[in-house]
Design a protein around this ligand. Structure first.
Ligand code: SAH
Ligand code: SF4
Length: 340
């Protein structure tokens, strides 16, 4: 028997698949989908099925959702981390971050990560597997219906390199953005890549509306970058620049450039100067992320003076810069700390 997981599909894709199974009831399938996404469950009755109880039963039996229970929830004032177990026993980590009245959900796209960035706990755990679109969307479903959080923004900044799992991530984005589903506007969804040039080029060629793009640079020179982001060694910063330039120009969109600040590695004023020069000609905002420590880490967070000096030097070049103050580091929920 064909089973359909609504979290894998947009409303219309779901209705098409239900129609293929049941031979009728496209409009009813849409109502069923919306009820499930909005209420978190399939009700016993729906007005749209008043005259079609058999169809309702058939559709309910065709829906397959293994809503795994949330296994762990840890909260601080500004961050809530939650873990869900996959059918094959892995733990998916997600974080809800609160900023004033807004809430952002940080989702994972993989279990672990292939990129092995030296400063990142997820990178150090290695790669286990990709998440399917339904497993990505399920993080939103749990945030809404288990943690009862109303989410305004979604960022792909949890475990994994999103462009390494391109199709599943893009399908999850379409589901999250679907007005008949969670309805998170594309401008409120951000995909963060560690600089996958092919992925940026694919986004540039895509003619459909796109989510925001963030690029984690990590260093202003290839020499430093290849030390701390070893898998990016084959992709020189020069080529990354060209890909970002084409993206900004073709899409007329700004890129959020993230820069993890590591004491005595990439936090000198010379690095700030090189970074500012590198970014010339691009439409960017810079997000400086002071290093969040993980157990047994070889790196350290720069002093407040060093952070301020680095940021001032960038601002001196008229770059829009903000410093991302850690949220949830005490529960290992900040950037780069997932995968415990
Ligand atoms: N894999 C994607 C998205 C997840 S990481 C990427 O790398 O872009 C999200 C951000 O956290 C990245 O900008 C990364 O550079 C940063 N980061 C990773 N480990 C960190 C750490 N220990 N402290 C601070 N930022 C970190
Ligand atoms: Fe992967 Fe991003 Fe961590 Fe690098 S920083 S290992 S790309 S999750």
């Amino acid at each position: 028997m064909t089973l359909i997981n609504p979290l894998q599909f947009t409303a219309h894709e779901f209705a098409d698949r239900m129609y293929a199974v049941c031979g009728r009831g496209r409009a009813q399938a849409l109502a069923l989908y919306q009820c499930f996404i909005r209420e978190g469950q399939v009700r016993d009755t729906l007005p749209q099925f008043r005259n079609a109880p058999h169809l309702y039963e058939q559709m309910r039996q065709t829906i397959k959702v293994d809503i795994d229970p949330v296994t762990l929830i840890q909260s601080t004032e500004r961050a809530t981390k939650f873990l869900m177990k996959t059918h094959d026993g892995y733990l998916v980590e997600s974080v809800i971050m609160s900023m004033q009245s807004r809430k952002s959900l940080c989702v994972s796209s993989q279990i672990g990560c292939r990129m092995a960035c030296a400063f990142c706990h997820t990178g150090q755990m290695g790669f286990k597997r990709h998440l399917g679109p339904e497993e990505i969307v399920q993080q939103m479903f749990a945030a809404r219906h288990v943690l009862k959080s109303s989410i305004q923004n979604v960022v792909f900044m949890g475990m994994g390199e999103p462009f390494d799992n391109f199709e599943s991530v893009m399908q999850a984005v379409r589901v999250l953005a679907d007005p008949l589903s969670f309805g998170i506007g594309l401008r409120r969804i951000t995909i963060s890549t560690s600089g996958d040039i092919q992925g940026i080029k694919t986004m540039t060629r895509d003619e459909r509306p796109l989510p925001n793009l963030a690029v984690s640079l990590g260093a202003p020179t290839d020499a430093i970058r290849s030390k701390i982001m070893p898998r990016r060694r084959a992709e020189p910063l020069h080529d990354l620049y060209t890909a970002m330039y084409d993206y900004c120009r073709t899409k007329k969109r700004q890129i959020l450039v993230s820069y993890v600040l590591l004491s005595d590695v990439n936090d000198s004023l010379e690095c700030a100067e090189q970074l500012a020069i590198y970014l010339k000609g691009l439409d960017v905002r810079v997000n400086v992320i002071p290093y969040n420590a993980s157990p047994e880490s070889a790196f350290a967070c720069p002093s407040q003076e060093a952070i301020t000096a680095f940021v001032s030097r960038l601002r001196h070049h008229a770059l829009p810069v903000f410093v991302r103050h850690e949220r949830g580091s005490s529960i290992q929920a900040a950037c780069g700390q997932l995968g415990g």
